[in-house]
Design a binder for this molecule. Sequence first.
Ligand SMILES: NC(=O)c1ccc[n+]([C@@H]2O[C@H](COP(=O)([O-])OP(=O)(O)OC[C@H]3O[C@@H](n4cnc5c(N)ncnc54)[C@H](OP(=O)(O)O)[C@@H]3O)[C@@H](O)[C@H]2O)c1
Length: 376
Amino acid sequence: MKYRNFGKLGIQGSAFGLGCMRFNGAASGDSTVDEEKAISLIRRAIDGGVTYIDTAYVYLDKTSEIIVGKALQDGYRDRVTIATKVLADLVHNREEMEAVLDEELKKLQTNHIDFYLMHAINKEKWEYFKSIGAPRFFDDMKKAGKIRYKCFSFHGPYEEFEYIIKDYDWDMCQIQYNFMDIENQAGTRGLELAGSLGIPVVIMEGLLGGRLAKAPENVQALYDAFPVKRSPVEWSFRWLCNHPEIGTVLSGCNEEEQVDDNLRIFDSVEPGIMTEDELKLMADARQAYLSRMKIGCTGCRYCMPCPNGVNIPGIFSAWNDVSLYGVDPAEHFGLKDIRKNGAGADNCVGCGACEAACPQNLSIIDSLQEAWKELG
Ligand SMILES: NC(=O)c1ccc[n+]([C@@H]2O[C@H](COP(=O)([O-])OP(=O)(O)OC[C@H]3O[C@@H](n4cnc5c(N)ncnc54)[C@H](OP(=O)(O)O)[C@@H]3O)[C@@H](O)[C@H]2O)c1
């Protein structure tokens, strides 16, 4: 296992950090986990050199922290740093924040959290956290020794990331990043900004939730033609670890074989490890993925709200996911929500309000019908 610098903190963490958001096939909101198997998987990762364990209050229907707490008995706690989080939706004042933190400490069977994160914030959620006194609360908890580092995880556009990271004395940030997301969310600009401020970056969704683990034919053909043979997972992780700003790359693992594979991969990854040819391969792979894109919707939401309740950007995003990454439409998280909320393209009456507002001049009305048909 390689260990990497955590910017201004002056500490190191394992290049591979274990994400505890899904285990044995159970997704984030699910609690149907084989606990014994999950504990064994966590310990296997730690025995292999992992020192960074990432969980959250809400993962696995609030059971992830309990499982992690059990796995970290028998001396394992002292070998790792724990990251866990608080969601804005769960708290309305200082008392509630303190109650959530105390509950997390109890579930994790520890007297301190190493990395405590405001979970999945954007500008709106950050403003909310500020309005209920969360920054002061984090300062106080750090002084009290209940948390070691004040952190946030981010989902939103770059401009909001820049605003948030400069607005408080953060110790660490966690962003979604992989070779497909260089211009999405915080993106490469966000990663480099954090690096320039000395704020260590932990990566989530390095495999886009597993989507990059299996390459479609046109991408696989590029990997196959390259003189050095590596799996799509290994290419993705090596590309990430090439960036010196990155401390730990989280990987959610369903099976112990995935842990073992990742332990092998992260045993030889260093900043600057990728050759020019390898960087070109990854840029070509990205283009090959993008060539499968159905529609150039950027998710700007100028078309919203639709007067008839159609979730236009959500449908286009699902359409692209299915085509780019081979996601099963029946399993697409966003699409399930759209169906549940009755926000499908079957509500479209062709009024054209969306097309008049679209800065990309997309033929939204026709595309919505095509997408809805293909998504079943
Ligand atoms: N703070 C936040 O807002 C936030 C949001 C998302 C995630 N996270 C954290 O980040 C962690 C990582 O994100 P993630 O789990 O969504 O996505 P990820 O790490 O991009 O993908 C996880 C999936 O990758 C596949 N995988 C991992 N190693 C593999 C290997 N060696 N070979 C083949 N497939 C492999 C597995 O897919 P299969 O399922 O197909 O086996 C696994 O479920 C989470 O566990 C969580 O701790 C935080």
